[in-house]
Design a protein around this ligand. Structure first.
Ligand code: GLU
Length: 303
């Protein structure tokens, strides 16, 4: 298969969707991003890289960071996190407070904000610097030592992040945080504000397509943990539209409100797409369309 040609074709095919939807204005810095951009990168499990469109433009990875934080916690701490976070789809918006109260402070899954705050809290206990640990993983796996937090985005989120603050205080009131609320929220905002390109992200996610094997030949996760993290991505990775994403794309995926999505074809490749316009559930409109085209044309879905 001519993958380069395919990515260029897909970039052409989704032109009508680019710019559709809304950028995530609830974080003021993200609201300022030009929606008329689209990038796509694919990295095979053996490390071959293909890119098209704006694949070398940095964007805010936001919730995509949650996959990498979870990978770090699972790899150094095993299954203990599952006592503090469930792994079921929530059926609610990613920042909802309602379910957390009715379920006594145990978040539904690690990819909604409440669950990710618990994972970051654990990573902070394990490393002393949760955002630094996620950044180091991203740098090593992408091979780009310049990957860094965009501090304007982190500050913008912290200044306007009243909902996340409510979730964190509620978690603390239920005894489900180990560290002070302010420290956890700061780490969480910094990991979400990592700025990366599609190519960086696809490279960084390659271990999810290769049974956990990382860029330097090390095991980022065991094959069994890799299977499980991909399963949680499939069922919980694309907000309240994981069913629709499975229907259209049919791959484990994780989206972020910066407009990025990382998807995994287990045993074959990792793909990253980015376009800032979000649909009603918070997933990139052109990004989902591109992944739909990709699996429809290649037959590379898990179904
Ligand atoms: N930092 C964002 C928030 O907590 C992440 C949201 C997302 O990408 O889903 O609101």
């Amino acid at each position: 298969m001519d993958i380069q040609n395919l990515l260029e074709d897909i970039t052409g095919a989704v032109q009508p969707q680019i710019g559709q939807g809304q950028v995530a204005g609830y974080i003021p810095q993200l609201g300022a991003v030009d929606p008329h951009q689209f990038g796509i990168s694919l990295v095979t499990k053996d490390g071959e890289v293909f890119s098209a469109g704006d694949a070398h433009v940095e964007f805010s990875i936001q919730s995509i960071s949650k996959v990498f934080a979870l990978a770090l916690v699972l790899s150094s701490d095993g299954d203990g996190i599952w006592k503090r976070v469930f792994r079921e789809p929530s059926g609610n918006p990613f920042n909802s407070l309602v379910q957390l109260e009715s379920e006594d402070g145990i978040p539904r899954n690690p990819f909604i904000n409440a669950g990710a705050i618990v994972v970051t809290d654990r990573l902070l206990s394990l490393t002393g610097d949760a955002a630094g640990a996620v950044r180091a993983l991203m740098r090593r796996e992408s091979g780009n030592a310049l990957v860094d937090t965009d501090h304007r985005v982190a500050t913008s989120e912290l200044e306007s992040g009243h909902r996340n603050a409510s979730l964190a205080h509620f978690l603390a009131s239920c005894g489900n945080l180990e560290n002070p609320v302010d420290e956890v929220l700061e780490s969480y905002a910094q990991q979400c504000a990592l700025a990366m390109t599609c190519q960086d992200l696809a490279l960084a996610a390659r271990f999810l397509a290769s049974n956990g094997l990382g860029a330097e030949g090390e095991l980022v996760l065991s094959p069994a943990q890799t299977k499980r993290i991909n399963a949680v991505m499939l069922t919980c990775g694309t907000y309240d539209a994981a069913g629709e994403f499975a229907y259209r794309v049919g791959l484990p995926g994780k989206s972020g409100v910066g407009g990025g999505i990382v998807a995994v074809v287990p045993g074959k490749c990792a793909i990253s797409v980015w376009s800032p316009g979000l649909g009603r559930s918070g997933n990139s409109v052109a990004g989902v369309a591109a992944l739909d085209e990709f699996t429809t044309r290649t037959g590379w879905s898990v179904f």
